[in-house]
Design a protein around this ligand. Structure first.
Ligand code: PLP
Length: 399
């Protein structure tokens, strides 16, 4: 069998933490314990005790972090499942007269594409605009909300630009007409000090691989009074709200990493310092480069750049060959040459969106790595611009 190797051990610089995070060192150091865990938590015999305890303890830790009841947490495979589950649960359980949905235009595809599916089943979807500066159109929400609204879905922080939305204010508006409120909180844990109760949402969705645990593990907060219909029917797991044997190793890994979220403040401050350093160095060294929504309330780790006259994919691949992992738009749609729908929805031109590059820092990012990256970016941008210029000259010369 092929030997697996870890890119961070190869001296690469990983700056794509909004796509997925490396496993936390605390997790790596206890890997041998995790691999030893087995047993079906639904069994009756003694081998179910350990997995049952892991499920119970992890739910308790999540409940403490969010300030909710452990009964309000459902484990699942990640945020795509959680987002689809929430929208479909509301659609299939809502009063027939409530069939309108307000969804921000910059949601993750797992929300947007579920909404498109619900539209094909008779739902009316209103897409809430977001400005180039990252502000959500609150007046549009006020105008469209009515006794027909079933659900409002607005993410807490955007994965591509890092902009943070006023979820609490939107929740109040949604509740004032009797609608439910969902927020995709995937990009928040480990990147901001989350005061979850303040958000006042009915549903919230999370994914473990975005905060240093394992992919294929996630959870959904469902307020006790909120409607629910399982997306996956099966055994009575998760109090019959999500069929399927739980991913016990993933949940045990989450348990370990949740401990580390207690000290997020120090990490957030350091990521912000490095992100600001990165943006200052870039603006000093490279001309014609913009940070998208720079003045907006943003995550501490994300810089979404528009690099004038440069194709983002070419830039990404050239940096990749030099050992730097970054992204253009959402990683989930990589391999797709179309410009990011999120950036287009924010009013960027196709050319601007095609010149975008997302840099997302993580807990393990160092100042040396940031400086190395800016140096490589500066040299690469200058080289690519020279090539563009000489290509233009040669085309012009052949005329
Ligand atoms: N929501 C947001 C904001 C995301 O960034 C992602 C992943 O990129 C998802 C949902 C999907 O999460 P998962 O990979 O757990 O399905």
């Amino acid at each position: 069998m092929q030997k697996f190797s870890n890119s961070s051990a190869n001296g690469r610089v990983y700056l794509d933490n909004n796509a997925t995070t490396p496993h936390s060192p605390a997790l790596m150091s206890r890997w041998h314990e995790l691999i030893d865990i087995f047993g079906n938590p639904s069994s009756i015999h003694q081998d179910s005790r350990l997995p049952k305890t892991i499920l119970r303890e992890t739910k308790q830790k999540i409940a403490e972090l969010l300030g909710c009841s452990p009964l309000e947490i459902i484990f699942n495979s990640g945020a795509s499942e959680a987002n689809s589950s929430v929208l479909k649960a509301v659609f299939y359980s809502a009063d027939k007269l409530r069939n309108e949905y307000l969804i921000s235009q910059v949601e993750h595809p797992s929300v947007i594409k579920t909404a498109m599916y619900l539209q094909s089943q008779g739902a009316i979807i209103h897409y809430i605009p977001v400005s180039r500066n990252g502000e959500i159109d609150i007046d549009f929400i006020k105008e469209k909300l009515s006794a027909k609204t079933a659900l409002v879905s607005v993410m807490y922080a955007n994965n591509e630009t890092g902009t943070i939305f006023p979820v609490n204010e939107i929740s109040q508006l949604a509740h004032s007409v009797g609608a439910l409120m969902h927020s995709d909180c995937v990009q928040t844990l480990g990147k901001l000090i989350l005061n979850f109760q303040e958000l006042n949402v009915d549903y919230a969705t999370f994914s473990a691989h975005k905060f240093y645990a394992l992919s294929g593990t996630g959870f959904c907060y469902v307020r006790k009074s909120a409607k629910w219909i399982p997306l996956i029917h099966g055994g009575g797991q998760e109090r019959s709200r999500r069929g399927g044997t739980e991913n016990i190793i993933g949940i045990a890994a989450l348990n370990i990493v949740l401990e580390q979220l207690r000290n997020t403040e120090v990490k957030v401050n350091e990521m912000k310092r490095l992100r600001d350093l990165l943006e200052n160095l870039i603006s000093q060294n490279i001309s014609d480069i913009q940070v998208i929504a720079q003045k907006a309330k943003r995550l501490c780790n994300t810089s979404s750049l528009i690099v004038g006259e440069i194709d983002g994919e070419t830039l990404l691949m050239t940096l990749d060959l030099q050992g730097f992992s970054v992204s253009t738009g959402a990683a989930c749609s990589s391999g797709n040459p179309e410009p990011s729908p999120v950036l287009l929805a924010m009013g960027l031109t196709r050319a601007e969106a095609q010149s975008s590059l997302r840099v997302s820092l993580g807990w393990e990012t160092t100042e040396i790595q940031v400086r190395q990256f800016v140096q490589a970016l500066t040299e690469t941008v200058h080289k690519l611009r020279e090539i563009n210029l000489s290509e233009k000259k040669s085309v012009y010369g052949h005329r």
